[in-house]
Write a protein of this length. Structure first.
Length: 148
């Protein structure tokens, strides 16, 4: 018959495994759209990820398309970038930033990196000619397919 410490250890392993597995699954109703209005409706923002999807722990860049609600490109905006893994309680492993406007209302978001698979949030605080607003995007990072 197993000893009490062995039973306790086994129970802790099972509990830990179930907690970790629960954290790895994104909510079933998670909105992963990459085009949405900002919180107060001041802007519309589209995030454009790199193609193909980057490998875990690889630096990569995205594009941020910023428009007014009527679709007109927004110039001369400034962004603060934040985010992380809500289920793990940690932020992004790098300090990404929007570095420049690369075309009509499209900005370069550089220095992105995801350190593991799972649900990530990318948060943008926007200061532009129409005022300040913010938006949060959800993305689920999986293992990219092996390259031939």
């Amino acid at each position: 018959m197993p000893t009490f410490p062995t039973l306790v250890r086994a129970a802790l392993v099972l509990i830990s495994a179930s907690l970790v597995a629960g954290c790895m699954t994104a909510p079933a109703d998670l909105d992963v759209s990459l085009d949405r209005p900002t919180a107060a409706g001041v802007y519309r923002v589209t995030l454009v990820p790199p193609q193909p999807a980057p490998a875990i722990n690889q630096m990569h860049s995205w594009q941020v398309k910023l428009t007014a609600p009527d679709g007109a490109p927004v110039h001369d905006a400034r962004f603060a970038v934040d985010g992380g893994m809500p289920q793990h309680g940690h932020g992004l492993p790098t300090q990404p930033r929007v570095t420049r406007e690369i075309s009509e209302g499209t900005y370069a978001l550089e220095g992105m990196k995801f350190s593991m698979t799972g649900w990530w949030e990318v948060k943008l605080a926007i200061q532009g000619p129409l005022g300040a607003d913010k938006v949060t995007f959800n993305t689920v990072v999986g293992n990219p397919p092996a390259r031939p």
